[in-house]
Design a protein around this ligand. Structure first.
Ligand SMILES: N#Cc1c(N)ncnc1-c1cnn(CCN2CCOCC2)c1
Length: 282
């Protein structure tokens, strides 16, 4: 849907979300999620029906749970086209900070790979002997610099964040990200879900206030694990792409374009997204 939204000007297309500008409202943006899913750095050919609407519903729910954190949702008299209404967010246009504010409660993924190489993540030294999926002594702020579309984000030390946005804003990014993570992981924990890690984006509004942006605390920006599975030793049992990843691992050598997902995998994945959203928002 790159250019067929009457009253809105298409700006950019991301992996799983497109950006539009409402005509006549320079202070607003429209984020429109799509049903595409990416795995192993590839956007897969078959969409997951209902995924975008579920994750939009989840982001809105988290914004409401985090009532003490200013967010970019706009309450404006702009008609969002019915065709995208359940998967779109009208937001205030911010001056975005070019920092991926990653918080990790567990060590896995690219963070674990960096830890194995250096004993640290984003310049933060970690205890020796950690295994993939281990819980960290306490959540850590491990920022990254947004690479170009398709490239991997680059973990950066806090000092680089200071160079990018200034000391006061860097500290606010860190403290706010850690505070939100603590609140969100407690909410998830109470529902049998581990929030292993997540990524926030922030911008400044016209008054210079720090505002939580983008989508938040969904499987697109976070790892959610089944707590009961983790406790029984089955680590990293995800709620979203695990089914896709497992099928691709069994049916693709990683070379060239990924094969089409079979109907059964698409349906089970859609069900799994719904299961997570309904578990968290219950
Ligand atoms: N949400 C939002 C938002 C907003 N509320 N106001 C202005 N721009 C954006 C915006 C534009 N692009 N992105 C995602 C891409 N990130 C941008 C930052 O750097 C990392 C990548 C967000």
């Amino acid at each position: 849907m790159s250019d067929e939204l009457p009253g809105f000007t298409f700006l950019t297309a991301g992996k799983v979300r497109d950006l539009y500008a409402p005509e006549g409202h320079d202070d607003l943006l429209l984020l429109v999620a799509n049903d595409r899913v990416s795995a192993f750095d590839q956007v897969l050919s078959r969409p997951i029906p209902g995924r975008a609407a579920l994750l939009t519903r989840l982001t809105r729910w988290w914004f409401a749970q985090l009532a003490d954190v200013p967010n970019h949702l706009a309450d404006a008299d702009v008609a969002v086209p019915e065709a995208v209404a359940d998967r779109a967010m009208l937001v205030r246009r911010l001056r975005m900070h070019p920092v991926e504010c990653v918080v990790r409660g567990y060590v896995t993924g690219s963070g674990y790979a960096e830890y194995r190489r250096t004993g640290s993540i984003s310049g933060l030294p970690l205890p020796e002997g950690l295994q993939d999926g281990d819980r960290l002594p306490e959540p850590i702020f491990t920022p990254a610099y947004k690479a170009e579309l398709g490239a991997h984000d680059e973990n950066i030390p806090f000092e680089t964040v200071v160079d990018l946005v200034g000391a006061e804003t860097a500290e606010a990014l860190r403290s706010t990200s850690l505070r939100i993570f603590a609140e969100a992981s407690a909410i998830a924990d109470a529902k049998g879900v581990i929030l292993a890690d997540t990524k926030f984006e922030f911008g400044d509004d016209a008054e210079g206030g720090l505002v939580l942006a983008d989508e938040v605390l969904t499987p697109d920006s976070s790892r959610f694990w089944d707590a009961a599975a983790y406790a029984s030793g089955r680590r990293g049992v995800g709620f979203d792409k695990q089914i896709v990843r497992d099928w691709l691992a069994a049916h693709w050598d990683g070379e060239g374009a990924a094969p089409d997902l079979p109907d059964e995998v698409v349906q089970r994945t859609a069900d799994r997204y719904r299961e997570l959203v309904e578990l968290l928002t219950a």
